[in-house]
Design a protein around this ligand. Sequence first.
Ligand SMILES: Cc1cc2nc3c(=O)[nH]c(=O)nc-3n(C[C@H](O)[C@H](O)[C@H](O)COP(=O)(O)OP(=O)(O)OC[C@H]3O[C@@H](n4cnc5c(N)ncnc54)[C@H](O)[C@@H]3O)c2cc1C
Length: 224
Amino acid sequence: MSVTEESPTVKTFVFKTPHPITNIAGQHYELRLTAENGYQAARLYSAVVTGTGKEEVTLTIMNVKNGEVSPYISEDLKVGDEVEIRGPFGKFFIWTGEEYRPVFLVGGGSGVVPLHAIFTAHRDSKSKAEMKLLYSSHTYEEILYKDDFLSSPDVAVTLTRNAPEDWEGLTGRVTKDMLGAIVDSFEAQPICYVCGMSLFVDAITEALQVAGIPSTSIKTERFG
Ligand SMILES: Cc1cc2nc3c(=O)[nH]c(=O)nc-3n(C[C@H](O)[C@H](O)[C@H](O)COP(=O)(O)OP(=O)(O)OC[C@H]3O[C@@H](n4cnc5c(N)ncnc54)[C@H](O)[C@@H]3O)c2cc1C
């Protein structure tokens, strides 16, 4: 296992697997921990790296304050420790590369993890489908995958709590106008992938419908 810090509260873990893995962008795994007394706890985490034949699983995990599982993974798991990982799972919130329609990704906080997988799968594929991402982060420090996102003209980041003085991106919570402007900028009506905490997903789904996107074109995943 190797670990990279993405932000003050988020780390990316690469777990070696005993056999090659095939997964699709947007899928997730179940990570199960077993204590010495036999107590088990499992949580779902999205695949970060997707494709065929890699003998590893990469997960980006936010340390949720007072959470049962994520603080243990973030603070106590050491290189060499073994964990149980099952999967991949998920047939709906996926992007296979065969989709010809434009794609609008909208993520909040760690909800951006599966969207990043879809974004990089799209970048690395020959897909000509238009793809844009709107990402809501509390602060600049908490923005995940800065190297991929901040250099892309197809990514808009909005900072909801505070922004550096020289920040040139969006600020404040995602509004209906913000979403509507991006929806209107697509050449054709996009299929939308929304991921984050439940309240965020509900608000975005409603705003997308106001912007003219039918519910059948909105895929959602709720993290908590
Ligand atoms: C399909 C799917 C994919 C997921 N992928 C990821 C991923 O890639 N990375 C990731 O970090 N998490 C992901 N999650 C969330 C993850 O499964 C856990 O819910 C999260 O790690 C919290 O677990 P916990 O045991 O630490 O907290 P718990 O003890 O389960 O919960 C403690 C409290 O924290 C809240 N909470 C749960 N998740 C979050 C969150 N993300 N932010 C803020 N508060 C939260 C809960 O509502 C609860 O009130 C995913 C969830 C689903 C359903």
